[in-house]
Structures are given as C-alpha cells and as structure tokens.
Design a protein around this ligand. Structure first.
Ligand code: 0RQ
Length: 503
C-alpha cells in the first residue's frame, strides 16, 4: 500500500498525470486547488498544457475556464497561459504570462472578493463545475483527505464538482495532518446559521476534507515543492512605513482603544506587508494573534520569537527559505497555525466580530481616501483585489500602505482621484506612506484631503495636490467632496501619454 494513499478503493484509481489530464475536455469549467504558491496541483496542469498545445498545433480549439482559491504558480497559471488554454480565470492571479494575456484582452478575468468565491459557486453563479483538480497531502483508509498547504476553496470544489482528480503530493510534510479546520456548517440563505468562531484559535470544523469516492476519476502521485516568489529584503520606504504603523499601534494602545496584545492581525501579500511584519518583531509586542489569509515568512519569524502566539489563515505563502524552515520545524508550528477554508478565513461576520487590524498594500489612494488596489491607470490589471476588501470593510482598523511614489518617482501614489476604486472612502481608515500616516477616522472629506496631502504625499507632488484641492474647493459644483471633473484624472492621462505624472 502507498504510504500516502491508504484507501484501497482510491489507490485503484492511480494513473499518470498525462492519463488524468486526458479526462479534461475543451470548454469545461475546471476548479483547481491552490492559494498563492501553495497547495496547487503540480502535475496535471502541465500535462493538460501539453495536450492543449498539441490540439492547437492540429488547428483545434482547446480552452477551459479555471477557478482556484487565489493565485497559483508557474506550474499552473504559467503553463496554462503559455498554452493559451484559458478562456476565463477567477478570482486572483499574479502570473506574468497570464497577466499580460488579461491585459491584452485575450482572457476574461473576474476579479472578486475571495470570501465570495465559494458562496457564488454554491449559489450557482458560475454555472456547473465539471471537474476539480485538488492537491492533498494524503488519503486516509476511510477516504477522507488530509489537506495540503492551502485549504482555499477545496471543500467546495470537492463537494460541487461532477468529477474529481486528486494529486497526492508526498513532498508536503506529514506534520500538516491536524493543522486544518474545515467547516462544513454553512447553509444557504434563508437558512444560514451564525459562524460560531469567537477567537482566532477556535476550531469549528474538522481536520479533513471529504469527497464522494464515486466521483474520483483519477489519483496522481507527485513529489514537488510549493513555489512562491522570494520577498525583497525590506527597503528604506517599507521600513519607514512599518515604523509609522508601529508608532500608531502603540499610540492606540496608550489611548486605550486597543488591548496590549492588539487585535488579530491581517496582513496582505507583497513586499511592504512583509516588511511591516518584520517591523513588528522589533516593536516590543508579545502574545499577539493573526486572523489572516496567508502565512508569509514574516509570520513564522513572529511565531518563533513569541511575538505572535498563533495564526489562523487559509494558506501558506512562503519563500523557499520559509518553506525549508516550516518543513524542518513543522512540530513546533503544528499547534500555532490553523488553516481554514477561505470563506471562513475571510468571513465578514467573523472579521467584524474579532475586530481585525487589516494592513494591505495599494497601487494608489486619492485625497479623500478611496483606494485602488488593482488597476494601473484605471485599465491595466495588476493582481486582483484578493482578500483586501473582505478585511478592509469589516475590520476594527483598516490600514492601506504604499510608497508615496512608484517607478523611480514618476508616479504619485496619492492622486486627486483614483483611476479605479476597490475600497471606497467609507472602508478606509488609515493611509500610510514612507512620508507619514494619515488617520482619517472621524474626519469629513475635506478634513481627510488636507491630512492625506500633508502626511502621505511625496514633497514633489504635494504642492500640485494642494493647488488642485484649493482650486476644487473654489470651483467645484458641490463643496462636500470638491473635484474638478475635467482635471481629476489628468495625472493618469499624463502618465499614459508621457510615462510620468509630472507636469
Ligand atoms: O512594480 O513589480 O514592476 O517593480 O506595483 O509594488 O510597491 O512592491 O508593493 O509588492 O506591496 O504590491 C497593490 C500590487 C502592491 C499588492 C499591490 C508597481 C510597483 C511594483 C508592486 P514592479 P510594491 P507590493 C490579501 C491582500 C491587492 C491584493 C491584496 C496587491 C508593483 O499589495 O496586489 O491586497 N494588493 N491582497 O512599481 C504604477 C502605481 C504603482 C505601481 C505600485 N501607482 N502605478 N505601478 N506599482 N504602485 C492577500 C491575498 O489576497 C492573497
């Protein structure tokens, strides 16, 4: 019997990745595991991409619709994009080849809140799921599945897809078993019940995934590592952003608005977010918790040093050295990390109840605090909104951060009007750049604008923003949220035409 495949019935469905991929037909809606570079299928997508390329060479169309938890890795999004094998993709991506096809208008991409994906599937909004390809760490004697390094939407994919291909990845550490909490209690409206999760460490589900064995059409063995892009070491801007956030959190504790152990932290993806975690390590805090989406390298450091007591997420998002650290010390992390389905890790009800501190990156913010997390110049997709909206709207504190300029100072991160809105002024409380921190809570639009320009804008762009705002206050049709409509997006237009927002 195979070490990782202990169900005799499912062991009989063992086959090669090529044989399994041949079960996928053009036009199918295929749901795959994977959340950032963790827990995605490592073999079947590659075989499928080869099959697609052969069909395309023969002049035949072969494209599928691909649903996942979030972004994946070159072995999934990369190969399928290069094979021109996707007609639709949701809900989050970060692969360069896929991104360029999205921005060339060749693939339909649906960018959506990550907490919505499972329920939109249950509600039937995406139509029928033909097949699921899900990586697991093992199969028990009774057919239950040991989840892999991400849970994402796997509970939903395994339950709602007509057919299932399982990839059993021997590379995943044995110690993952027991680290998951898969909640099967969500009913559809109007019969929903409260999610009884009151603390980040609460368990409300079970450590295993279920699948109807009759639906499993293939089991494929793999032995391949997860893959995430490495983080840049924190640069000066990120370190200063982290410093502003730490000062602010200490101030909030002193004012009695937050306990000494703070409130559960949510930290987004990206270099700035990772630098903030590194900053927390030296901030003197102890015994904190995280209720977040992804565990990145910075969180492992915090768990090791005791700054963080435990972390709840839906996935790992570790660089190669981070993976090595986790796999070598999985016993240490076993009772300090909980992985949940993404509709629970990102659940608005739970985030509101726990009172999270949300810290997410942004592309740009405008003077009133509207935030664009996704689109360059209003039309070019970067990654997607991910879970930032789930947390921003529902957290106790919602912080957005970015360097004050991008692309060598040619672009201002603070603009008169954002070119795309992901988080409205009603969802954002604090903006931070390396220049400073604007606490917009309790302020009216005009008060917000003065503060954001003063604290967050780069000195090169500050006088231009002051000038815009002064003239808007004088000439705007309404004086509540003053704007000069003919000029509000002129900075972006200048960037499109000249490559710079500078006049
Ligand atoms: O470009 O890669 O070519 O150098 O954007 O920018 O400053 O390194 O910041 O890595 O933190 O990413 C919003 C993209 C920030 C991220 C975003 C360019 C810049 C650089 C990256 P290069 P930085 P970060 C939960 C949370 C949405 C999803 C989310 C993100 C690149 O935070 O995807 O929050 N957020 N999920 O040069 C043109 C501007 C720019 C700009 C930055 N104004 N104009 N380019 N860049 N600002 C987790 C999950 O959901 C999984």
């Amino acid at each position: 019997m195979h070490h990782r495949i202990r169900s005799a019935g499912l062991a009989e469905r063992l086959m090669s990745a090529d044989e399994a991929a041949a079960l996928i037909q053009p036009g199918m809606t295929v749901a795959m595991s994977g959340f950032t570079g963790a827990g995605y299928p490592k073999a079947v997508p590659g075989s499928l991409a080869k099959l697609m390329a052969r069909e395309h060479d023969a002049g035949k169309e072969f494209r599928i619709k691909v649903l996942t938890g979030a972004s994946t890795a070159p072995e999934l999004d990369g190969v399928l994009a290069e094979a021109r094998g996707m007609e639709l993709r949701l809900p989050f991506q970060s692969d360069p080849a896929l991104r360029s096809q999205i921005n060339a208008g060749e693939i339909d991409y649906i960018d959506m809140h990550l907490s919505h994906v499972a329920q939109h599937t249950w509600f039937g909004f995406f139509g029928h799921i033909d097949l699921a390809v899900v990586e697991v760490a093992g199969i028990l004697e009774d057919g239950r599945l040991i989840p892999s390094s991400s849970v994402g939407n796997n509970m939903t994919w395994l339950r709602d897809a007509d057919k299932v291909i399982l990839e059993v990845n021997e590379w995943q550490p044995d110690g993952l078993e027991g680290m998951h909490d898969v909640y099967y209690g969500t009913a559809l409206p109007p019969n929903r019940k409260p999610i009884m999760l009151e603390h980040p460490e609460d368990r409300i589900g079970e450590p295993y995934l279920h699948v109807d064995p009759a639906k499993v059409v293939a089991v494929v063995e793999t032995n391949a590592p997860d893959r995430n892009s490495p983080f840049n070491p924190p640069d000066e801007a990120s370190t200063r952003i982290a410093g502003h956030i730490l000062d602010f959190l200490e101030h909030e504790v002193k004012r009695g608005r937050m306990p000494e152990q703070l409130l559960p932290l949510q930290s987004g993806v990206g270099n700035v977010a990772n630098a903030v975690l590194a900053g927390l390590a030296s901030g003197g805090f102890r015994g904190l918790t995280a209720y977040t989406e992804v565990i990145q390298d910075g969180m492992l450091d915090l768990l090791r040093s005791g700054v963080l007591r435990m972390a709840s997420a839906t996935s790992f998002s570790l660089s190669a050295p981070g993976l090595e650290e986790f796999n070598a010390n999985v016993d240490f992390y076993h009772d300090k990390i909980l992985l949940r389905p993404q509709e629970i890790s990102n659940h608005p009800e739970v985030i509101r109840r726990l009172g999270c501190i949300a810290m997410n990156g942004m592309i740009e913010a405008d003077i009133y605090g509207n935030v664009n997390s996704t689109h360059i110049a209003g039309s070019k997709m970067m990654n997607g909104i991910g879970g930032s909206g789930d947390f921003a709207r529902n957290s106790f504190l919602s912080i957005f951060m970015s360097p004050s300029t991008a692309k060598g100072g040619r672009i201002s991160g603070i603009v008169p009007m954002v070119s795309h809105v992901d988080h409205t002024e009603h969802d954002t409380m604090v903006l931070v750049t390396e220049q400073g921190l604007a606490d917009m809570r309790g302020l009216s639009p005009k008060q917000r604008a003065r503060l954001v320009i003063e604290k967050c804008a780069h000195p090169d762009f500050r006088p231009l923003l002051e000038d815009y705002f002064d003239r808007a206050c004088r000439d705007s049709l309404g004086k509540h949220t003053p704007h000069l409509l003919g000029e509000a997006l002129s900075w972006h237009q200048r960037f499109v035409e000249t490559g710079s927002m500078r006049p």
